[in-house]
Design a protein around this ligand. Sequence first.
Ligand code: SF4
Length: 353
Amino acid sequence: MTQPSAEPAQQTLRVLLAKPRGFCAGVVRAISIVEQAIERYGSPVYVRHEIVHNRHVVENLRSKGAVFVDELTDIPDGALTVFSAHGVARSVEDEARERALPVIDATCPLVTKVHVQGRRYAKGGRTLLLIGHRGHAEVDGTMGQIDGPIHLVQSVDDVAKLDMPDDTPLAYVTQTTLSVDDTRDIIAALKARFTNLDGPDVSEICYATQNRQTAVRSLARESDVLIVVGSVTSSNSNRLREIGTEMGVPSYLVDDGNDIDPAWIEGAKTVGLTAGASAPDELVDSVIAALSRLRLVEVAQLPGEEEHLNFSMPPELRYREPRPPRINPAHRSAPVHQTVASSPANNQTEKSA
Ligand code: SF4
């Protein structure tokens, strides 16, 4: 007679990974800038705001000698200063210049590209509309980069509230962490109301945001539960979780594997796992490890977009011989060239920002 087994047979949990997920080219560049600045010029290196919105990344850089501050007034005279990937307002650049702070600018070239677009429209006499979220560091930076009138548009409802004639010469630009899907309805509402509106092709704003959102939609369709790795301060990570929720899948944002609640996966056959553009892949591994402690796990990855984009380093770090950081990249007007490894799958080939 066979003895009944003490434990019920454990059902294998399928963990399905999104592709692409995690670090984008702008985040890789920003982190490398801080690491190389410390290596080349010594610590401490002062970084205005979180270099990218991820707690683990910030803590790791802090352990290497980075000091994160809210404002330039927190930085001692003469100390090497790094601007975060989100960009800064001109007033911040001016303040750094007035104080003769040596600056290395880690603003993502795709954010700089939005600044350049906005300045071009403003110079052409257009009132600027920035589609984005109030309070985000990138929005503060972009609003402060434009000479001339600029209005923040956060929703379709805001379009009707814009207090200006319908034939006002206008142009829009968008926050890079918003995808084509996020901006579509707002742009449609702007076009429906205003008769003299210009704007860029938003599909080219940020390849990483679009690719991660497209991937999470495919993932959510296959998943009983969705887990997004990213910090609560990360706009694009929050958006990935929201997309899962909008698609009717219970979706959770976690910093790492320690945040996993066993109740989330009770009865689940497939867990979808992805990461925001500022979340390192080792945190995805920590989530897989946490799930493995709860259930037998089988890991697979959905097919998705290949990404091969790289951004060149700023001149202060690009050359073998150390060059002293400049006193601020004076109101950048020259294009920033990005280097791109060619790939037919790459939907954002060579660009100037
Ligand atoms: Fe740059 Fe896009 Fe990454 Fe933001 S999400 S840092 S804009 S590549």
